[in-house]
Design a binder for this molecule. Sequence first.
Ligand SMILES: [Zn+2]
Length: 318
Amino acid sequence: MPEHRGAGECVIALDVGGTGMKGALLDRDLKPLLTLRRPTPRAAGPDAVLAEIAATLGELADRATALGLTIRQAGVVVPGIVDEESARARYSANIGWRDLPLAEILAERTALPVTLGHDVRAGGYAESVLGAARGARDVLFVAIGTGIAAAVISDGRPVRAGGYAGELGHLVVEPGGAPCGCGNRGCLETVASASAVAAAYTARTGRAVEGADQVAALVEYGDPDARAVWQRAVDALAAALAVAGTLLAPELIVLGGGLAEADDLLLEPVRAALASQLTFQRRPRVVRAVLGDEAGCLGAGLYAWDATAPSTAKALAP
Ligand SMILES: [Zn+2]
């Protein structure tokens, strides 16, 4: 048997999404020893979500104990505005909490040491350690699902800015356009998120679709309405990526989330539209994420393991 650093030890990783939670026990090599999924009781309000997170952590801890594993740390990642340094969930339109000391609350309720992170930054971190962005120093990871958010890695370091960095989905691409959940109008999210693409097709044709994947299938079939909706999303996305590219000069843009499942149907026109908007700027490669919907959970595990090992930065901290 090969030597296995940290055998018998694990971290708990939990990715809390707007509709579901993905939990895992991960070993030192981020190998899942056990996984579970639970619905997020979002409709029941933020207190119910909090109770469900604590209960899920408790269940994962019990399962670890039953497997004879020592739990080193728990990593929990959530959507919205998350300040990793103060371990507070500042804001989530989706779940409804405001300025919550989430790591502290969960640690009290579960008696586990808890590290808090942001779901999309966690996904970007996982892609940069294990996935599509390995070895790259300047990366923009964009998750396109129900909403749109980005993780920025600049000169090899994550850009967090108190939790407010990376809100690409709220860049205005159509001034005066459709109202956005954030209170503004014409945000990228209202045009190019998976939910916006599906809604735009239905609004244009009166025909209901299950989701953006169905619109993608209609694009391939040659449906002119689907093509128009798709092209509008591609153009908006490329315009936002050109802004981000001009400002941050990533060498690599990684597209993830539900809409990126369309693969080349999305990536090829985005590459072309982006190339047409850049002149002197650094030309990023645009690739698809490889970790799929596991990225956030793996990132939560990375945060947890990082918390157990005093880094140089921590050693230098006052
Ligand atoms: Zn917005």
